[in-house]
Design a protein around this ligand. Structure first.
Ligand SMILES: C[S@@+](CC[C@H](N)C(=O)[O-])C[C@H]1O[C@@H](n2cnc3c(N)ncnc32)[C@H](O)[C@@H]1O
Length: 326
Protein backbone atom coordinates (compact mmCIF):
# COMPACT_ATOMS: atom_id res chain seq x y z
CA UNK A 1 0.00 0.00 0.00
CA UNK A 2 1.29 3.44 -0.86
CA UNK A 3 2.25 5.34 2.25
CA UNK A 4 2.42 9.12 2.22
CA UNK A 5 5.27 8.94 4.68
CA UNK A 6 7.66 6.24 3.57
CA UNK A 7 9.72 4.80 6.34
CA UNK A 8 13.38 5.59 6.51
CA UNK A 9 16.08 3.52 7.93
CA UNK A 10 17.95 4.81 10.91
CA UNK A 11 20.53 2.19 11.62
CA UNK A 12 20.61 0.97 15.18
CA UNK A 13 24.22 1.83 15.51
CA UNK A 14 23.27 5.50 15.09
CA UNK A 15 20.76 5.63 17.91
CA UNK A 16 23.16 6.90 20.54
CA UNK A 17 24.27 9.60 18.17
CA UNK A 18 20.66 10.56 17.54
CA UNK A 19 19.98 10.86 21.24
CA UNK A 20 22.95 13.16 21.49
CA UNK A 21 21.68 15.20 18.62
CA UNK A 22 18.26 15.37 20.12
CA UNK A 23 19.55 17.56 22.88
CA UNK A 24 21.34 19.77 20.41
CA UNK A 25 18.26 19.92 18.22
CA UNK A 26 16.16 21.17 21.07
CA UNK A 27 18.44 24.14 21.56
CA UNK A 28 18.61 24.74 17.83
CA UNK A 29 14.86 24.80 17.67
CA UNK A 30 14.71 27.67 20.07
CA UNK A 31 17.03 29.63 17.82
CA UNK A 32 15.34 28.97 14.52
CA UNK A 33 13.62 31.79 12.70
CA UNK A 34 10.03 32.07 11.66
CA UNK A 35 8.54 33.41 8.46
CA UNK A 36 5.78 35.98 8.36
CA UNK A 37 3.27 33.15 8.01
CA UNK A 38 4.58 31.55 11.17
CA UNK A 39 6.25 28.58 9.52
CA UNK A 40 9.65 27.56 10.61
CA UNK A 41 12.32 28.43 8.08
CA UNK A 42 14.13 25.61 6.45
CA UNK A 43 17.78 24.95 6.71
CA UNK A 44 18.53 25.36 10.30
CA UNK A 45 21.36 22.98 10.63
CA UNK A 46 24.69 22.42 12.15
CA UNK A 47 27.66 22.91 9.99
CA UNK A 48 31.16 21.58 10.15
CA UNK A 49 33.20 23.54 12.62
CA UNK A 50 34.63 26.72 11.19
CA UNK A 51 32.51 26.82 8.04
CA UNK A 52 30.68 29.96 7.04
CA UNK A 53 27.16 30.50 8.26
CA UNK A 54 25.91 32.44 5.28
CA UNK A 55 23.23 30.59 3.33
CA UNK A 56 20.75 32.54 1.36
CA UNK A 57 17.40 32.73 3.01
CA UNK A 58 18.33 30.51 5.89
CA UNK A 59 19.63 30.69 9.37
CA UNK A 60 22.40 28.40 10.41
CA UNK A 61 24.92 28.20 13.19
CA UNK A 62 28.36 26.89 13.61
CA UNK A 63 28.74 24.25 16.29
CA UNK A 64 32.41 24.03 16.92
CA UNK A 65 32.15 20.97 19.15
CA UNK A 66 30.25 18.87 16.62
CA UNK A 67 31.25 16.76 13.73
CA UNK A 68 29.76 17.73 10.33
CA UNK A 69 26.07 18.28 10.69
CA UNK A 70 23.39 17.44 8.31
CA UNK A 71 20.12 17.52 10.12
CA UNK A 72 17.78 20.07 8.62
CA UNK A 73 14.48 21.00 10.09
CA UNK A 74 12.24 21.43 7.15
CA UNK A 75 8.69 22.46 7.77
CA UNK A 76 6.65 19.31 8.38
CA UNK A 77 9.60 17.03 8.44
CA UNK A 78 13.20 16.77 9.33
CA UNK A 79 15.68 15.52 6.83
CA UNK A 80 19.22 14.54 6.73
CA UNK A 81 21.03 16.50 4.08
CA UNK A 82 22.64 13.78 2.10
CA UNK A 83 25.30 16.03 0.68
CA UNK A 84 26.50 17.15 4.07
CA UNK A 85 26.27 13.81 5.80
CA UNK A 86 29.45 12.04 6.80
CA UNK A 87 29.99 8.84 4.87
CA UNK A 88 28.66 6.50 7.53
CA UNK A 89 25.33 8.33 7.53
CA UNK A 90 24.69 8.47 3.84
CA UNK A 91 22.39 5.48 3.86
CA UNK A 92 20.06 7.31 6.22
CA UNK A 93 18.19 9.89 4.31
CA UNK A 94 14.77 11.05 5.29
CA UNK A 95 13.67 11.08 8.84
CA UNK A 96 10.02 10.28 9.37
CA UNK A 97 8.25 13.20 10.99
CA UNK A 98 7.30 10.94 13.89
CA UNK A 99 10.92 10.05 14.35
CA UNK A 100 11.98 13.65 14.12
CA UNK A 101 9.38 14.57 16.68
CA UNK A 102 10.73 11.93 18.96
CA UNK A 103 14.26 13.18 18.97
CA UNK A 104 13.89 16.81 18.09
CA UNK A 105 10.58 17.48 19.85
CA UNK A 106 9.35 19.44 16.88
CA UNK A 107 5.74 20.04 15.90
CA UNK A 108 4.77 19.03 12.35
CA UNK A 109 4.92 21.96 9.96
CA UNK A 110 3.95 22.49 6.34
CA UNK A 111 6.24 22.35 3.33
CA UNK A 112 8.51 25.30 2.68
CA UNK A 113 7.43 28.91 2.60
CA UNK A 114 9.71 30.80 0.25
CA UNK A 115 10.21 34.45 -0.59
CA UNK A 116 10.20 35.84 -4.14
CA UNK A 117 13.97 36.16 -3.89
CA UNK A 118 14.35 32.55 -2.84
CA UNK A 119 12.13 31.41 -5.69
CA UNK A 120 14.23 33.33 -8.17
CA UNK A 121 17.35 31.77 -6.72
CA UNK A 122 15.81 28.30 -6.94
CA UNK A 123 15.04 28.74 -10.64
CA UNK A 124 18.32 30.29 -11.62
CA UNK A 125 20.44 27.86 -9.64
CA UNK A 126 18.57 24.80 -10.90
CA UNK A 127 18.63 25.98 -14.50
CA UNK A 128 22.31 26.90 -14.04
CA UNK A 129 23.06 23.36 -12.95
CA UNK A 130 21.56 21.91 -16.13
CA UNK A 131 23.19 24.60 -18.22
CA UNK A 132 26.62 23.63 -16.94
CA UNK A 133 26.12 19.93 -17.50
CA UNK A 134 24.12 20.14 -20.74
CA UNK A 135 26.44 18.08 -22.93
CA UNK A 136 26.91 15.35 -20.30
CA UNK A 137 23.16 15.29 -19.64
CA UNK A 138 22.48 14.64 -23.31
CA UNK A 139 25.05 11.84 -23.45
CA UNK A 140 23.64 10.33 -20.27
CA UNK A 141 19.94 10.50 -21.17
CA UNK A 142 19.61 10.41 -24.95
CA UNK A 143 19.11 6.63 -24.92
CA UNK A 144 16.84 6.49 -21.88
CA UNK A 145 13.80 4.44 -22.71
CA UNK A 146 10.79 6.51 -21.67
CA UNK A 147 8.50 4.91 -24.24
CA UNK A 148 6.23 3.73 -21.39
CA UNK A 149 5.62 7.39 -20.51
CA UNK A 150 5.21 8.51 -24.11
CA UNK A 151 2.66 5.72 -24.71
CA UNK A 152 0.76 6.44 -21.51
CA UNK A 153 0.53 10.11 -22.49
CA UNK A 154 -0.46 9.63 -26.12
CA UNK A 155 -3.10 6.98 -25.51
CA UNK A 156 -5.16 9.54 -23.60
CA UNK A 157 -4.72 12.49 -25.93
CA UNK A 158 -7.78 12.73 -28.12
CA UNK A 159 -7.50 13.15 -31.87
CA UNK A 160 -5.24 12.05 -34.69
CA UNK A 161 -1.81 13.41 -35.60
CA UNK A 162 -0.74 16.11 -35.97
CA UNK A 163 -1.65 17.11 -32.39
CA UNK A 164 -0.34 20.23 -30.67
CA UNK A 165 1.86 19.01 -27.81
CA UNK A 166 4.04 20.87 -25.33
CA UNK A 167 7.14 19.12 -23.99
CA UNK A 168 7.61 21.03 -20.75
CA UNK A 169 11.20 20.99 -19.51
CA UNK A 170 12.16 19.26 -22.74
CA UNK A 171 15.88 19.18 -21.99
CA UNK A 172 17.99 18.41 -25.08
CA UNK A 173 15.01 17.21 -27.12
CA UNK A 174 14.90 13.40 -26.98
CA UNK A 175 11.13 13.24 -26.51
CA UNK A 176 10.40 16.15 -28.84
CA UNK A 177 12.02 14.11 -31.61
CA UNK A 178 9.94 11.06 -30.63
CA UNK A 179 6.68 13.04 -30.80
CA UNK A 180 7.64 14.54 -34.12
CA UNK A 181 8.52 11.11 -35.51
CA UNK A 182 4.92 10.09 -34.74
CA UNK A 183 3.57 12.89 -36.86
CA UNK A 184 2.72 15.38 -34.11
CA UNK A 185 3.57 19.06 -33.84
CA UNK A 186 5.39 19.35 -30.52
CA UNK A 187 6.76 22.56 -29.08
CA UNK A 188 9.52 22.39 -26.49
CA UNK A 189 10.04 24.61 -23.46
CA UNK A 190 13.06 24.77 -21.19
CA UNK A 191 14.87 27.28 -19.03
CA UNK A 192 18.39 26.28 -20.01
CA UNK A 193 19.63 28.09 -23.12
CA UNK A 194 21.92 25.19 -24.09
CA UNK A 195 19.04 22.73 -23.93
CA UNK A 196 16.86 25.03 -26.01
CA UNK A 197 19.54 25.14 -28.72
CA UNK A 198 20.17 21.38 -28.53
CA UNK A 199 16.46 20.56 -28.58
CA UNK A 200 15.95 22.67 -31.70
CA UNK A 201 18.89 20.97 -33.37
CA UNK A 202 17.91 17.43 -32.34
CA UNK A 203 14.21 17.70 -33.17
CA UNK A 204 13.76 20.51 -35.67
CA UNK A 205 10.92 21.75 -33.45
CA UNK A 206 10.04 25.16 -32.13
CA UNK A 207 11.46 25.49 -28.59
CA UNK A 208 10.72 28.30 -26.16
CA UNK A 209 13.10 29.43 -23.45
CA UNK A 210 11.00 30.08 -20.35
CA UNK A 211 11.25 29.73 -16.59
CA UNK A 212 8.76 27.28 -15.11
CA UNK A 213 8.04 29.78 -12.37
CA UNK A 214 7.32 32.58 -14.88
CA UNK A 215 5.53 30.79 -17.66
CA UNK A 216 3.99 32.75 -20.49
CA UNK A 217 1.83 30.23 -22.34
CA UNK A 218 -0.84 30.76 -24.96
CA UNK A 219 -4.31 29.91 -23.63
CA UNK A 220 -6.07 26.77 -24.89
CA UNK A 221 -3.35 25.90 -27.35
CA UNK A 222 -2.29 22.31 -26.64
CA UNK A 223 -3.94 18.90 -26.88
CA UNK A 224 -1.40 17.60 -24.41
CA UNK A 225 1.47 18.63 -22.14
CA UNK A 226 4.26 16.17 -21.43
CA UNK A 227 6.26 17.00 -18.29
CA UNK A 228 8.85 14.27 -17.87
CA UNK A 229 11.07 14.71 -14.82
CA UNK A 230 10.52 18.44 -14.56
CA UNK A 231 7.64 19.47 -12.29
CA UNK A 232 9.51 18.30 -9.21
CA UNK A 233 11.67 21.38 -9.68
CA UNK A 234 8.66 23.54 -8.80
CA UNK A 235 8.53 24.41 -5.07
CA UNK A 236 5.32 23.17 -3.47
CA UNK A 237 3.99 26.63 -2.73
CA UNK A 238 4.12 27.50 -6.47
CA UNK A 239 2.69 24.22 -7.67
CA UNK A 240 -1.00 25.21 -7.67
CA UNK A 241 -0.25 28.35 -9.69
CA UNK A 242 1.98 26.52 -12.20
CA UNK A 243 -0.49 23.65 -12.59
CA UNK A 244 -3.25 26.20 -13.15
CA UNK A 245 -1.21 27.84 -15.91
CA UNK A 246 -0.67 24.46 -17.57
CA UNK A 247 -4.37 23.69 -17.32
CA UNK A 248 -5.18 27.03 -18.96
CA UNK A 249 -2.79 26.24 -21.83
CA UNK A 250 -4.67 23.01 -22.58
CA UNK A 251 -7.60 22.72 -24.93
CA UNK A 252 -10.83 21.37 -23.50
CA UNK A 253 -10.25 17.72 -22.62
CA UNK A 254 -6.48 18.20 -22.89
CA UNK A 255 -4.07 15.84 -21.15
CA UNK A 256 -1.18 16.49 -18.77
CA UNK A 257 1.46 13.82 -18.18
CA UNK A 258 3.89 14.17 -15.28
CA UNK A 259 6.63 11.95 -13.99
CA UNK A 260 8.45 12.96 -10.82
CA UNK A 261 10.68 11.38 -8.22
CA UNK A 262 8.41 10.67 -5.29
CA UNK A 263 9.11 11.27 -1.62
CA UNK A 264 7.70 11.95 1.81
CA UNK A 265 6.38 15.45 1.06
CA UNK A 266 9.52 17.45 1.46
CA UNK A 267 11.58 19.78 -0.63
CA UNK A 268 15.28 20.35 -0.52
CA UNK A 269 18.44 21.22 -2.36
CA UNK A 270 20.54 18.57 -4.04
CA UNK A 271 23.69 20.47 -4.77
CA UNK A 272 22.64 23.38 -7.00
CA UNK A 273 19.25 21.83 -7.89
CA UNK A 274 16.09 22.28 -5.90
CA UNK A 275 13.55 19.49 -5.77
CA UNK A 276 10.11 18.81 -4.29
CA UNK A 277 9.41 15.18 -3.46
CA UNK A 278 5.75 14.48 -2.98
CA UNK A 279 3.86 11.34 -2.04
CA UNK A 280 1.09 10.07 -4.30
CA UNK A 281 -1.69 11.40 -2.02
CA UNK A 282 -0.19 14.85 -1.94
CA UNK A 283 0.50 14.90 -5.69
CA UNK A 284 -2.99 13.59 -6.45
CA UNK A 285 -4.53 16.28 -4.25
CA UNK A 286 -2.46 19.02 -5.92
CA UNK A 287 -3.57 17.88 -9.37
CA UNK A 288 -7.20 17.45 -8.40
CA UNK A 289 -7.36 20.82 -6.69
CA UNK A 290 -5.81 22.40 -9.79
CA UNK A 291 -8.63 21.20 -12.02
CA UNK A 292 -7.46 17.83 -13.32
CA UNK A 293 -9.03 14.39 -13.15
CA UNK A 294 -6.88 11.29 -12.94
CA UNK A 295 -6.58 8.97 -15.91
CA UNK A 296 -3.89 6.64 -14.58
CA UNK A 297 -0.75 6.49 -12.50
CA UNK A 298 2.10 4.02 -12.15
CA UNK A 299 5.59 3.68 -10.76
CA UNK A 300 8.88 3.31 -12.57
CA UNK A 301 11.10 1.59 -13.52
CA UNK A 302 8.74 -1.15 -14.65
CA UNK A 303 8.83 -4.58 -13.09
CA UNK A 304 10.65 -3.70 -9.88
CA UNK A 305 9.44 -3.88 -6.28
CA UNK A 306 7.85 -0.62 -5.15
CA UNK A 307 10.82 0.21 -2.94
CA UNK A 308 12.97 0.29 -6.08
CA UNK A 309 10.57 2.48 -8.07
CA UNK A 310 11.47 6.07 -7.21
CA UNK A 311 9.48 7.56 -10.10
CA UNK A 312 5.77 8.31 -9.96
CA UNK A 313 4.15 8.82 -13.37
CA UNK A 314 0.61 10.09 -13.71
CA UNK A 315 -1.74 11.14 -16.52
CA UNK A 316 -4.53 13.69 -16.10
CA UNK A 317 -7.32 15.26 -18.09
CA UNK A 318 -8.28 18.91 -17.79
CA UNK A 319 -11.53 18.89 -15.88
CA UNK A 320 -14.47 20.68 -17.36
CA UNK A 321 -17.05 20.00 -14.67
CA UNK A 322 -18.63 23.04 -13.02
CA UNK A 323 -17.46 22.05 -9.53
CA UNK A 324 -13.84 22.81 -10.20
CA UNK A 325 -11.48 25.00 -12.20
CA UNK A 326 -11.39 24.35 -15.90
C1 LIG B 1 15.65 16.15 -15.21
S1 LIG B 1 15.63 17.24 -16.57
C2 LIG B 1 14.42 16.46 -17.62
C3 LIG B 1 14.62 16.79 -19.08
C4 LIG B 1 13.73 16.00 -20.03
N1 LIG B 1 12.33 16.23 -19.81
C5 LIG B 1 14.00 14.53 -19.92
O1 LIG B 1 13.13 13.75 -19.57
O2 LIG B 1 15.14 14.15 -20.20
C6 LIG B 1 14.78 18.65 -15.95
C7 LIG B 1 14.61 19.76 -16.96
O3 LIG B 1 13.90 20.82 -16.36
C8 LIG B 1 14.50 22.04 -16.74
N2 LIG B 1 14.24 23.01 -15.67
C9 LIG B 1 14.51 22.89 -14.36
N3 LIG B 1 14.10 23.97 -13.69
C10 LIG B 1 13.54 24.80 -14.60
C11 LIG B 1 12.92 26.07 -14.54
N4 LIG B 1 12.80 26.73 -13.39
N5 LIG B 1 12.46 26.61 -15.66
C12 LIG B 1 12.57 25.97 -16.84
N6 LIG B 1 13.15 24.76 -16.98
C13 LIG B 1 13.63 24.18 -15.86
C14 LIG B 1 15.96 21.72 -16.89
O4 LIG B 1 16.65 22.66 -17.69
C15 LIG B 1 15.90 20.34 -17.48
O5 LIG B 1 15.84 20.36 -18.88
Amino acid sequence: MENSRPAIQIHHKHCDELAFRQRRAASLKRNSTRTASGCRRTLDYWRPAGKANAEEGSSSRTQTALEPCFVAFQPKTAIMLEDQAPAQWRGCRHVRPEEALHWAAMPPLPLCTLTARELHHISSSTIGHYEQSAAAFWQGTKDHDVSQNVEAFLRHVRGAPPLALLDLGCGPGRDLAAFRARGHEPVGLDGAASFVAMARAHSGCEVWQQDLLRLDLPPRRFHGIFANAVLFHVPSQELPRVLGELRDALLTGGVLFASNPRGPDLEQWHGARYGTYLSWPRWRDSMTESGFEELEHYYRPEGRPRSEQPWLASVWRKRTSPDGPG
